[in-house]
Structures are given as structure tokens and as C-alpha cells.
Design a protein around this ligand. Structure first.
Ligand code: S3P
Length: 440
């Protein structure tokens, strides 16, 4: 990021570009954890060297998992050999810092709950104000002894006291892949069959990767079960590009009539592609095809041609499968003709920022006509956006979504405190230049 940690965006005309987005964040976290538990070395390619995923890699290292960087870029390791410990982790010498990452903390909690040593997970101020009750409840139901010691009730730092776990059947009140994954990971360390039922389908990377590493998983409708005592079998894994990162460029091209864009090697797991369905419904011209199913994760290329977008409704069971893309879909709604209504998305209020508030506030600052709801927003699209001075509230996806909005604004858009982009997309500024043909 630049030294002042702010971005200045000028309106751009049409562009024609080709890009490969970095590795998937959700899959990278899981790769560090599952390979670290496996029965030998696993070679992981296209690991995302973002701050969130590097924190998870370091967390596993502090639990006794050695790794070697085979290839690195300017941000960190992208190809790694992770030396699995055959499910045998060791006591960390210090508090484990998950930084800004809710995924890192909740997934690691599932692992730490089942260890016979004490450990502590902490994070930055934003992470230490996000709800952890949702994982504490099921893990306590398995007999784990953990305590949320944050200033805010139910929040990190989380202290784990060594305990053995009993299996559980847990019905999740919220559709959360992080909670599901925490329970499944804890289930690996419990004696017997643990199962978790989700109210709606959520991203299934944990199930796919555990299966790829040879773990037997049961999947019956929305109930997933795992037998404790299994050890992942080390193997090589190539991580596809992150569709949540691709989404920023998809909207930048889809809403600009004179643009075309090819995105290579993007993960096309059906539990993550709802953003494509929404954009297609809005009239976007996007072609995609799965070209590889290796590693248990489908991936392929996306071709986008700009057109005029129309408003749509985004709600119900679609929400968990595009939850991270809602900030940029909010921007797409402002650029579209007609009304875009987003409902059933109250979970956005407990992300890296309150994303209902922060999207509404920034769209309004740019002159869009938006109304805030408890669980979403209604956007009357089509008004010309104007350049503005914006904050991103420490939230990487708000910073990136409004960088794209700035391309369509009249005048200059300034976004403060954009260093948070490095938590998920450290090369964002370079890719912005590749797509739009100019630096920001
Ligand atoms: C993630 C799950 C989602 C998502 C997050 C990544 C994951 O969170 O918002 O960015 O990798 O499991 P929830 O499980 O809280 O919905």
C-alpha cells in the first residue's frame, strides 16, 4: 500500500484487460490448518499471502507446524510445504494473534478446543469486538472449556483450557461456514460422530478439503457429520483464485459499457458463485466455465463485457453464498437502473465493519439514493455518483468496493485508511492499474 494509506481514484473510461486474481482466502486458511494436521508434508500452491492468511499460517507454526516457503512474492509465501504433525499439536509459547481475521480465529478455536494444553487467541480491536458466542456455545456443548475475556461480552481474547471433547449434534442458529467448520474441526478431536446442521447452505470448503485429504465426511442435505480420530492424509493442493476478490473487477467491467475483462483461474465452487447469478440477473454479460475440478474445488475463467445493469432483489437463502460480495453488489445497485433491494443480511452488521451502515453511509456520501434497513438496504440506482472523501472504517471490502465506485464518479474519490486491504488482497493497487490502465 502507499505510505499515506489512502487511495485517490479518478473516473475511468472503458478498458480491456486480463487478470489472475490471488488465491482464495477461505481456502488458504483451511489449507494451513488441515495440512498442519496431516500425516506428512503437503505442498500448497497459490496460497494467499494476505495478512489474515499469514496470521493463520503463523498460528499453526506456533502450534508446532513447520513450513518452508518454496516461492514467495513481495507480500509473502505463495507456495509452501507444510509439515503436518499427524494431529499432534504442541503448546504455544505465547498468545496467538489472529489480527483482523474472524475466519482465522473461529476455525482455530475449533482446533484449540480439543487440545490438552492451554492457549489464547486474540486479535485487533475490530476482531475483539466481533461475536464469538456462536462458536463458544457449540464447543462448550462438546465439553470444551473456553472463556471469552474481552471487554465486550462474548468477545476475544479467548482462553482455552485443555479438555477432551465429546461428540455433539449441533443445530446452528445462523448460517455460518466459520461456525460449521469450527465444530467439524473440533469433531476430529472428539471420540465418536459429531454433526452440524446448517439452516441454509454455506460455503463448503472445509468439507471439500477434508474429503480431499482423505477424511470421511457424511453430508445429508444440510447436515454434515465427521467421525473423530481420523488423520488427514498429506497431499498437494493448488488453491484457485478468490471469487470474492474477482467480484470487484467483475462489477468494474460489467457496469462499464465500453469494457471487457477476462479473469483467469477463479474458484467457481457453487457455494460461492451466487454473485455471478445476481450480476446475470442484473443484465451483466458474464460467461464462465469450469475448466478444472482438481483439489476438489472447481475453477475456471470469467469473461465480462460491459452493459447497462438493472436493479434486482437479493435476499433469503442466496445471502450466505454472497455475503462477502454485498458491499460491491451495493455499488452495482447504485450504478444500475431501477431499484436494488438487499434483505435478510443482518449478518453484515458483525463483519469487519457494520457493512450495512458503512455501505449506506459511503453510497450516500457519493450522492446515491439509499435507505438503510435492519437487515439490508434499498438503493434507487441510476443517479450519477460524485467523488467524495470517504473512510473505509478499517474494512478491506469497503475500501475496495468504493475504489470501484470511484471509477464511475464525477470527480475525485479519496478513501482514507486503506491499509486494511492487505488483510485479503495485498496486490489490489497493482491489479487496479492492470485493469484500468492507470495507477491509483
Ligand atoms: C468465511 C465465512 C463467512 C465469510 C468470511 C469467510 C469462511 O463468514 O463472511 O469472510 O471462510 O468460512 P461467516 O461464517 O461468519 O458467515
Amino acid at each position: 500500500m502507499n505510505s499515506s494509506h489512502s487511495l485517490t481514484i479518478h473516473p475511468a473510461g472503458g478498458f480491456s484487460a486480463e487478470l489472475t486474481v490471488p488465491g482464495d482466502k477461505s481456502i488458504s486458511h483451511r489449507a494451513a490448518i488441515i495440512a498442519g494436521l496431516a500425516n506428512g508434508p503437503s505442498r500448497v500452491s497459490n496460497y494467499l499471502p494476505s495478512e489474515d492468511c499469514l496470521n493463520t499460517l503463523r498460528a499453526m507454526e506456533s502450534l508446532g507446524v513447520a513450513y518452508e516457503a518454496i516461492d514467495t512474492n513481495q507480500y509473502g509465501p505463495t507456495e509452501i510445504i507444510i509439515h503436518g504433525t499427524s494431529m499432534s499439536l504442541s503448546s504455544p509459547s505465547k498468545v496467538i494473534d489472529c489480527g483482523n481475521s474472524g475466519t482465522g480465529m473461529r476455525l482455530l478455536a475449533g482446533i484449540l478446543a480439543g487440545q490438552d494444553f492451554e492457549s489464547t487467541l486474540t486479535g485487533d480491536a475490530s476482531l475483539c469486538s466481533r461475536p464469538m458466542e456462536r462458536i463458544i456455545r457449540p464447543l462448550e456443548g462438546m465439553g470444551a472449556h473456553l472463556e471469552a475475556t474481552g471487554d465486550k461480552e462474548g468477545c476475544a481474547p479467548l482462553i482455552f483450557r485443555g479438555r477432551s471433547l465429546a461428540p455433539v449434534r449441533y443445530v446452528m442458529p445462523v448460517a455460518s461456514a466459520q461456525v460449521k467448520s469450527a465444530v467439524l474441526f473440533a469433531g476430529l478431536f472428539a471420540d465418536g460422530t459429531t454433526s452440524v446442521e446448517q439452516p441454509a447452505t454455506t460455503r463448503d470448503h472445509t468439507e471439500r478439503m477434508l474429503t480431499y485429504f482423505g477424511i470421511r465426511i457424511g453430508c445429508k442435505e444440510n447436515e454434515i457429520s465427521i467421525e473423530g480420530g481420523q488423520t488427514p492424509q498429506a497431499c498437494d493442493l493448488d488453491i484457485p483464485g478468490d471469487i470474492s476478490s474477482a467480484a470487484f473487477w467483475l462489477v468494474a467491467a460489467a457496469a462499464n459499457k465500453n469494457s471487457s475483462l477476462t479473469l483467469r483461474g477463479v474458484g467457481l465452487n457453487p457455494t460461492r458463485t451466487a454473485v455471478l447469478n445476481v450480476l446475470l440477473r442484473m443484465g451483466a454479460q458474464i460467461g464462465h466455465s469450469v475448466t478444472t475440478e482438481g483439489n476438489g474445488e472447481p475453477a475456471g475463467d470469467l469473461e465480462v463485457h460491459g452493459s447497462e445493469l438493472q436493479g434486482t432483489e437479493i435476499s433469503g437463502r442466496e445471502i450466505p453464498n454472497l455475503i462477502d460480495e454485498i458491499p460491491i453488489l451495493g455499488v452495482a445497485g447504485a450504478l444500475a437502473q431501477g431499484t436494488t433491494c438487499i434483505r435478510d443480511a443482518a449478518e453484515l452488521r458483525v463483519k469487519e465493519s457494520d457493512r450495512i451502515r458503512t455501505v449506506v453511509e459511503n453510497l450516500q456520501a457519493m450522492g446515491a439514493n439509499v435507505r438503510e434497513h435492519d437487515d439490508g438496504m434499498t438503493i434507487e440506482g441510476g443517479a450519477q455518483l460524485r467523488g467524495a472523501n470517504l473512510d473505509c472504517f478499517g474494512d478491506h471490502r469497503i475500501a475496495m468496493a468504493f475504489s470501484v465506485a470511484g471509477l464511475f464518479a464525477d470527480g475525485e474519490t479519496n478513501i482514507r485508511n486503506t491499509e486494511c486491504i492487505a488483510t485479503s488482497y495485498p496486490g489490489f493497487e497493482d491489479d487496479f492499474s492492470k485493469v484500468c490502465g492507470r495507477r491509483i
